[in-house]
Design a protein around this ligand. Structure first.
Ligand SMILES: [Zn+2]
Ligand SMILES: [Zn+2]
Length: 187
């Protein structure tokens, strides 16, 4: 594992959140509170209070800012400013916890935080660790044409080029296979 479990968990959450947006996906995947609740559940976000419309608004605003972190891949200083700004807006209270089956790890969000603030703290700091480890190049946008989804490649040999939408990797492999076949066809 490249980072600790909770950092990697937060990074997967960043990708999931950004990829719910119309700027990355083809449509809005967080249209309402039901979808937001589903996001919370599939990412197992802990200590979340009852969600209301303000949580949805704030989460969508945060999503845009997190998306910004992927949009200047060669400009580290700009990306760092964007990450620092995300963290600065969230109240943070680093504390050790061992909820559910997880061993001791550090949570950064302040107790009682609303969802967006919780996500800003956890996701912002996870992204800060990526920068501090010199691994910013692991953040990228899917290489498949017409796909704007983002990805964080946490594989050891950094071999990921496509998002995890399932279709992208497959359709690119099929296209490459067909191109090879055309090249090797007797002319
Ligand atoms: Zn935790
Ligand atoms: Zn893709």
């Amino acid at each position: 594992m490249l980072f600790s479990h909770d950092t990697e968990h937060a990074l997967h959450m960043v990708v999931d959140l950004v990829n719910t947006g119309p700027a990355a996906a083809d449509e809005e995947h967080l249209p309402d509170l039901v979808a937001l609740q589903a996001f919370v559940e599939r990412n197992r976000v802990s200590d979340v209070c009852d969600l209301d419309a303000r949580d949805l608004d704030a989460t969508l605003r945060l999503r845009e800012r997190l998306h910004g972190v992927f949009q200047a891949p060669s400009d580290t200083e700009l990306t760092v400013r964007r990450i620092n700004a995300i963290i600065a807006e969230a109240r943070t209270t680093p504390h050790l916890t061992d909820h559910e089956e997880w061993d001791w790890h550090v949570h950064f969000f302040a107790p009682g935080s609303r969802l967006a603030e919780h996500l800003a703290a956890e996701c912002g700091i996870a992204l800060a660790y990526v920068v501090a480890a010199g691994e910013l190049h692991r953040l990228s946008v899917c290489e498949a044409p017409d796909c704007e989804r983002v990805l964080i490649d946490l594989s050891r040999n950094r071999c990921r080029r496509y998002c995890d939408s399932r279709t992208c990797g497959n359709r690119m492999h099929v296209a490459a296979y067909r191109a090879r076949q055309r090249e090797s066809a007797p002319g």
